[in-house]
Structures are given as C-alpha cells and as structure tokens.
Write a protein that binds this ligand. Sequence first.
Ligand SMILES: N[C@@H](CCC(=O)N[C@@H](CS)C(=O)NCC(=O)O)C(=O)O
Length: 219
Amino acid sequence: MSLVLYTGTRNASSWALRAWLALREQGIAFEERIVDIRRPQRHDNLARIAQFSPPAAVPVLVDGAHVIFDSLAIMEYASELGATPLLPADIHQRARARSLLAWVHSGLSGICARLSFESSFYPKRRAMTADEVEQSDRLLQVWEQTLTDSGGPWLFGALSLADLAFVPVIQRIISHRPDFGGFPLAQEWCLRLMARPAVAEWMDDARNLPVVVLDDYLP
Ligand SMILES: N[C@@H](CCC(=O)N[C@@H](CS)C(=O)NCC(=O)O)C(=O)O
C-alpha cells in the first residue's frame, strides 16, 4: 500500500479525523500510523514528523514521494483521487462549500475554544454556556438554511467535504447540547452524518480511550 496517513489520538485529533474521513469516504486504501502527541512523547514524535513534513503536525499523508500536509489539503486530495469528487459540480455551490470549509479551517466560532473535541468524550460534561448556545444556534441556522436550499440529504445534496468537515463540530454540539429540535433538518442531518459507518468507527474507538480533562473546561 503506497499511501500512509499519520493521524493523532482518536479522542483528541479532530483535524486528523477530517482527513481520515475524506479518504475513507472515497474508498481509498491507506495505512494509518497513529502518532501520540501527548506529553512526554510529544516532542520526539513531532520531531520525527518534522523530518518529512514542515508543520510538524498531524495529519500528514504520504503518497509515495509526495507529502501532503494539513487536513484541508488532504481532504481535497482525497476528493480528487476518488471516483466521484467530494465537492459540488456547480461552481457557485462549490464556492459555497469551500467557504464553509475555509470557515471551519480558520477557527469557525467561539464554540471550539473551550469545548475541545476531547471534552465531548469526558464522562462528566458540563452544559453549554449562554455564549456557546448562541454560537451553536448560529451554526444550526446555517446548516438548516443550506439543507433547505439543497433539499438534502447532505448540505449540497450529495455528500461533500463540507459535511465531513463539520463532523468534529457536531460531536462537540451533540455531546453538550443533546436537544436542538428547533432546527429539524439540521438535527436529522447531524444524526445521519454521525451514523455513517466511518464516522461511527472513529467515534467508537475514541469513546474507549482515556481522556485528559483540561482545567479550563468548567465555567
Ligand atoms: N491546520 C492543521 C492543524 C493540525 C493540528 O493542529 N494538528 C494537531 C493534532 S490534531 C497537531 O499535530 N499538533 C501538534 C502541535 O500542536 O505541535 C490541519 O488542519 O491539519
């Protein structure tokens, strides 16, 4: 197998999840090497990644002589490698999907700041703050409107990178705010996405790992 994807710990590495999902959804075979980036092994492991990938971070995809780093670049590569691209065919829809991808990639909203991906696997989870509820409402509105416009079942009709990029965000939301019934299309879409076999596989593995609870989690 010529493709090797370096990922991180399943319950912490939301960027690696996005790259891994795009490859899996495209049916691309790859070998996965999980890199433990927690202390104390973090420094040595990232130094090894730095030998072939400038950001010294995961995910990194190595395809023979080609090193593709950063989750967004790997997602786009997976989209192009597969039989059917994971971006809409229409130029305006594609631009909109890329806008959502870029939004996720540049930080999205305040919701991810204190609700780490790992916190969604904590045995005792706190309720969202008022600000986090407001931020998640904003996202739910965007998803509801996008699904209304496209008619579903995915954001742009067929499954795209935009759906996959939101998976770690949805995981944060549903684990801290189980009821968001005011957004019926978005709620159904979230459940549909989280039930995809590849998503369920990653989350099942993540749930079985020990967590590191961060001090700034509680309000
Ligand atoms: N923009 C990068 C972010 C990658 C990233 O932050 N990866 C984390 C693990 S999820 C990492 O390797 N961190 C190493 C570090 O922070 O030094 C991407 O999308 O791939």
